[in-house]
Design a protein around this ligand. Structure first.
Ligand SMILES: NC(=O)C1=CN([C@@H]2O[C@H](COP(=O)(O)OP(=O)(O)OC[C@H]3O[C@@H](n4cnc5c(N)ncnc54)[C@H](OP(=O)(O)O)[C@@H]3O)[C@@H](O)[C@H]2O)C=CC1
Ligand SMILES: CC(C)(CO)C(=O)C(=O)O
Length: 322
C-alpha cells in the first residue's frame, strides 16, 4: 500500500471550533485529534456536525487519542501542524502539546480568541513556526460529540511574529480552502486579532456576567448601547496605541450586527457565556486582561474594560473554586 504523503495534522482541543476544522482538514490531510471529556462518545459514535453552511447531520469518525503522548507514540513521522483549539488559558497548554511537537518542524497553529496569546508558545518552542488564527464561527458542542454551527465561517491566519516567514501559514490557508473552508492569509495578523477583540472583549464578558444574549443586553436599558460602544472604542484606542488600525466603521458595523438581530430574535450567546453556563473557566486574561495591561502600558484610559476585567476575573476565580 502506498504511504500517505498528505500533511499530518494533530488537533489539540476537539471542542466546538476545533471539530469544524478537523472535519474540513480530514478531507485533505492525515488528521488525529486529542479528545478529553468527549473521548468515549466520539470513539463510539464519531462526531455529528449540524451546520447552516456545510449541511446538517454530517457524520465523521476521526482518529482520536487521549493526549499528545499517545499522539506522538502512534505516529512514526512528525506532525506538520498542531492546531490548538482549546480555550486560551495562560500557562497551561505549551507543556501539554510538547510531546507532539518536533523541533524545527511542527508548526503550532493557535485558533483562539484574544490578544497576546502567542508569546508563551514562542518562548516554549523558539525553533518552531507559530501561526496565529482569528476565527469567526458561532458554534457550540451540545451534547458531547454534536457540533451545532451557525451562519458564519471565516478563518484568518498569519505568522507570529509578523516578520517570520509565512510559508506554513499560507500552505494551511490553501489546504483549508481546498477543503471548502473560508481561510485568508495576512502578512500581519495582529490588526485582525484586535478587530475581532472588539466583539469578544465587549460582548463576551458582558454576556457572561449577566447570563444574557447580546440582543437581550441591548434591549435591557436605554444606556446599554452606549456602554457597549464605549468598551469597543477603548479597544480601538488600545489597538491604535500599538499601531494597529481598527476602523471606526468596523466598530459601528459590529454593534449594528447585534442591533439588526433584535427584530428577528436571533441573539448570540458568546463562548464565554457558554463557558459560565457549563461551569467552565473563562478566557478572561486572553480576551480582557491582556488588553487592559497593554492599554495601561501605553497610558490609554480603559475604564469600562477594566471594570469588565475585575468582574470577569472574580467570576472566573469563583468558577475555579467550585
Ligand atoms: N465557540 C465559539 O462560538 C467560538 C469560539 N472561539 C474561540 O475558539 C477557541 C476554542 O473555543 P471553543 O471551541 O468554543 O471551546 P470548547 O470549550 O468547545 O473546546 C475546547 C476543547 O479543548 C479541550 N481541552 C481543554 N483542555 C484540554 C486538555 N488538557 N486536554 C485535552 N483537551 C482539552 C476541551 O475538552 P473538555 O471538553 O474535556 O474540556 C474541549 O474539547 C477559544 O479561544 C474561543 O474563544 C472563537 C470564535 C467562536
Ligand atoms: C462572538 C463569537 C461567536 C464570534 O464568532 C465569538 O467569537 C465567541 O463566541 O467567542
Amino acid at each position: 500500500m502506498a504511504s500517505d504523503t498528505r500533511p499530518r495534522i494533530l488537533l489539540f482541543g476537539a471542542g466546538s471550533v476545533g471539530t469544524i476544522y478537523l472535519w474540513l482538514l480530514s478531507k485533505v490531510s492525515s488528521t488525529t485529534a486529542v479528545c478529553r471529556s468527549n473521548y468515549d462518545v466520539v470513539k463510539r459514535d464519531g462526531f455529528t456536525i449540524n451546520s447552516s453552511i456545510f449541511g446538517k447531520g454530517i457524520h465523521f469518525k476521526p482518529n482520536i487519542v487521549r493526549d499528545c503522548e499517545e499522539a506522538a507514540s502512534e505516529s512514526s513521522q512528525p506532525y506538520d501542524y498542531i492546531v490548538v483549539c482549546s480555550k486560551a488559558i495562560p500557562d497551561t497548554f505549551p507543556k501539554l502539546i510538547a510531546p507532539a511537537v518536533t523541533s524545527k518542524h511542527t508548526a503550532i497553529v493557535l485558533i483562539q480568541n484574544g490578544v497576546g496569546i502567542e508569546e508563551e508558545y514562542s518562548v516554549a518552542f523558539p525553533d518552531n513556526p507559530i501561526i496565529s488564527g482569528v476565527v469567526y464561527l458561532p458554534v457550540a458542542q451540545r451534547p458531547a460529540g454534536v457540533i451545532n454551527h451557525g451562519e458564519t465561517e471565516k478563518l484568518q491566519l498569519g505568522s507570529y511574529p509578523s516578520t517570520a516567514p509565512g510559508d506554513q501559514a499560507s500552505a494551511l490557508v490553501k489546504l483549508i480552502q481546498t477543503a471548502g473552508g473560508t481561510a485568508e492569509f495576512y502578512t500581519d495578523i495582529q490588526p485582525k486579532r484586535w478587530t475581532k477583540l472588539l466583539v469578544n472583549a465587549s460582548w463576551n464578558p458582558i454576556c457572561a456576567l449577566t447570563l444574557s444574549k447580546d440582543t437581550e443586553i441591548l434591549e435591557s436599558s436605554p444606556e446599554a448601547t452606549s456602554v457597549v460602544l464605549a468598551v469597543m472604542l477603548e479597544i480601538q484606542a488600545v489597538a491604535a496605541a500599538y499601531g494597529y488600525t481598527v476602523p471606526r466603521e468596523e466598530v459601528d458595523f459590529q454593534l449594528g450586527r447585534a442591533h439588526a438581530r433584535i427584530p428577528i430574535g436571533a441573539g448570540i450567546k458568546p463562548s464565554m457565556l457558554q463557558d459560565i453556563e457549563m461551569s467552565r473557566r473563562i478566557e478572561i486574561e486572553a480576551i480582557v486582561g491582556n488588553a487592559v495591561r497593554m492599554g495601561k502600558e501605553k497610558g490609554v484610559k480603559c475604564t469600562g474594560l477594566e471594570m469588565l476585567y475585575v468582574l470577569g476575573k472574580a467570576l472566573d476565580l469563583q468558577v475555579g473554586r467550585r
